[in-house]
Design a protein around this ligand. Structure first.
Ligand SMILES: Cc1cc2nc3c(=O)[nH]c(=O)nc-3n(C[C@H](O)[C@H](O)[C@H](O)COP(=O)(O)OP(=O)(O)OC[C@H]3O[C@@H](n4cnc5c(N)ncnc54)[C@H](O)[C@@H]3O)c2cc1C
Length: 374
């Protein structure tokens, strides 16, 4: 039976909106915040298919990082030097913006430093580029030597099987759940409506307004629509240059006298691990099963989980007792050249997708670019 709508509902929750944003991940939320700040009188609603955001934003590793050496060298070869530095700059400023907005306590920001673990061969490659890396970083951060070797810490952290370690003291970690929750509260406090449990199934771009159809039969109307649906976008829009990439994570039980502290990358970022207090979080290993992990299925797989456990026990916590308490996955959206995609879908709708696994830091800055369209 069709749901009857009260006049109160009709004039508020279901009223014609200036902007409807589909997806309440970090990109959707930051876009809502920036647009509401720029246009305080605009009626803005976010429509989210999950009960809470259900993609990458609350399921990631919570690294507040802006570039590890092998990743930056690789990215410069793929997207060109200028674009690589522009992305690193956006990530750096994005993290600054997050910390300015919320303060470190609210989001559990931990100024623990970022590290990359390297083999000798990788270290030689990085050593060849270290002056160039530090010169570029200085332009962004003002710091003379953003990257410094710190091999002595390999032993201090209790690691095994890595040859060298390089450090960036300006990176850190945060609590992804607290960040998204705080951002949601901020956005709602500013007057944006968030409706959850509502999956958008199709969009009808009509002459004067856009009709948004949802799985439970309710239709919404707006002047403009933003698709912030990331890896799930292909269900709504055809011909988008985006591929889903599942990222899997596991977390250990608390470990007495845990030696390691910081956020760590290995193998161009395919492996990442950090301490959460006295527990260890590790994620990645997607490169062990590329095809299997090209999915929007929010589950874990034996191949990747076993590889993460192997890596953890052999390299990060050799000889240490612990159990695994949490396992989960999230879905990233990847573009062809690692650049985020802001693409006009129709005259009045825009897709803002594909943070390429860097969205914690990038999303506040991407939202500022989106505001230029409004
Ligand atoms: C395992 C993992 C680890 C990561 N680690 C880090 C990290 O340490 N640091 C970092 O910077 N980045 C990290 N990332 C990447 C970062 O989390 C993402 O780049 C960022 O969260 C993307 O935000 P988003 O809003 O674009 O996408 P999402 O968070 O995926 O949001 C998209 C939203 O759209 C909703 N949606 C989709 N389709 C519909 C529909 N039809 N109707 C209504 N709603 C819909 C979804 O439910 C979802 O909530 C990681 C990602 C993963 C998966």
């Amino acid at each position: 039976m069709e749901r009857q709508v009260s006049i109160w509902e009709q004039e508020t929750f279901f009223a014609h909106q200036n902007i409807i944003i589909i997806g309440s991940g970090l990109v959707g939320l930051w876009c809502a915040w920036v647009l509401k700040t720029k246009h305080p009188l605009a009626k803005i609603t976010i429509v989210e298919k999950g009960i809470i955001p259900t993609g990458a934003s609350t399921r990631n590793a919570g690294f507040a990082c802006f570039g590890s050496p092998t990743e930056m060298i690789h990215d410069a070869s793929v997207m060109g030097e200028a674009k690589m530095w522009a992305t690193v700059g956006m990530r750096y400023r994005g993290i600054e913006k997050i910390r300015d907005h919320f303060g470190d306590n609210i989001i559990d920001y931990d100024n623990c430093g970022g590290y990359e673990c390297l083999t000798n061969e990788q270290a030689e490659h990085v050593a060849d580029h270290i002056d160039w890396l530090n010169a570029g970083m200085k332009q962004i951060t003002g710091l003379d030597k953003a990257f410094g070797w710190c091999n002595e810490k390999l032993q201090e952290f209790g690691f095994d099987g890595f040859d060298t370690l390089i450090e960036n003291k300006m990176e850190g970690g945060l609590h992804s759940g607290k960040l998204v929750q705080a951002l949601m509260q901020k956005v709602q406090g500013a007057g944006v409506t968030i409706l959850t449990g509502l999956e958008v199934t199709s969009i009808k771009d009509e002459e004067v307004s856009i009709q948004i159809q949802t799985a439970n039969g309710m239709n919404f109307f707006a002047t403009k629509v933003l698709y912030c649906t990331n890896a799930f976008s292909s269900a709504l829009i055809t011909n988008l240059p985006i591929t889903p990439a599942r990222g899997q994570i596991l977390v250990t039980s608390p470990i007495e006298n845990l030696k390691m502290r910081g956020t760590f990358h290995y193998d161009e970022g395919y492996y990442y691990f950090r301490n959460l207090g006295n527990r260890v979080l590790i994620g990645g290993a997607r490169n062990k099963a590329f095809d299997e992990e090209q999915t929007t299925e929010l589950s874990t797989s034996n191949t990747v989980q076993q590889e993460l456990e192997f890596f953890l026990s052999n390299h990060i916590l050799p000889g240490v007792d612990y159990s695994i308490t949490n396992r989960w996955s999230g879905i990233m959206g990847l573009s062809e050249n690692k650049e985020p995609v802001i693409k006009q879908v129709s005259k009045n709708s825009l897709a803002v997708i594909a943070c390429n696994g860097m969205g914690v830091a990038l999303s506040p800055m991407i939202a500022e670019q989106v505001a230029e369209y409004f």
